[in-house]
Design a protein. Sequence first.
Length: 349
Amino acid sequence: MNFCGAEASVAVAMATTYCNPVWPGYFADPFVLRVGTEYFAYGTGDYLETAADGSIRAFMILRSRNLAVWERIGGALIPAAGSTGHSFWAPEVIEQGGSFFLFYSSAPPGRDEMHRVQVARADNPVGPFECVGAVLPGEEFTIDAHPFRDPADGRCYLFYARDYFDERAGTGLAVVPLETGLLRTRGPSRVVVRANADWQIYERDRLLYGEHWPAWHTVEGPCVVPHDGRYYCFYSGGNWQTEDYGIGYAVADHPLGPWRHGAESGPAVLRRRLPDVLGPGHNSYIVAPDGRTEFLVYHAWDADRSVRRMCIDVLSWTAAGPRCLGPTTDPQMLPEPRRLGSGVTRTPG
């Protein structure tokens, strides 16, 4: 249900639980940013709207005060001239110096292999974000951009997914430092993690780039979370239609690595739950209004495989590594909120 106005205020005040999915419509690759006491979610979808000023907007934005009750507030991005017919994937937003920067990828219709990471800028988290240009102009097929600010020194990095063609060919993760203005990278990129196990196979004998690949692997959707002096890169791996698909992780002592896989036996953080939760993946990270409880925000397919919807579940740090306490579909308790003050607070980057 979409709450608006006074109805939304009442719903937020009364909400003591959440129940997945927390948004009923299509909302893939969900990214959540906290600004003051509000949360803003940005997602992939077949979504272009005409704003009041006549501009076309891509990427739906949702707003919440508690992570459980969300309202739609419009579109985020004004596409670059000539690109309104493109596909737009995986938006993520980071604040820097009072401006907000939206990283995403886009490609012409039917040309997914031409996806390139782009960046857009706005004065507030609801935009409109205006495209500045390509971030990685020298690389082909770059998707799933994840801007990350290191809390240790304030430096920013761009994690993203790209294709590799040697051993265990397929999509893997890379990282590159960002300039202070966040519009350009500096220095060469480095490999974060590549596929290292069969559970990350997307398809065998896949025809791609004009070749048949015996096994095409997928490691994508990076999300970096600092914890106890180390860095954890959550990622989605495998084929969403199989039981092996889900969220795994890698760990490092520095954002530039070296990184190592945290588990060998499959998607240790989160995997599907039959019959009603298929293909849970592409997560972001956020802290609840209590300032302590950590959540992963992810998408999952419905039982009919017709829509990817936004879900949230608690992230727990165990002796065996990080684990998401889901996927859940029954009511879950929300942590007791407390007032944290104003400003941009504890964002995932």
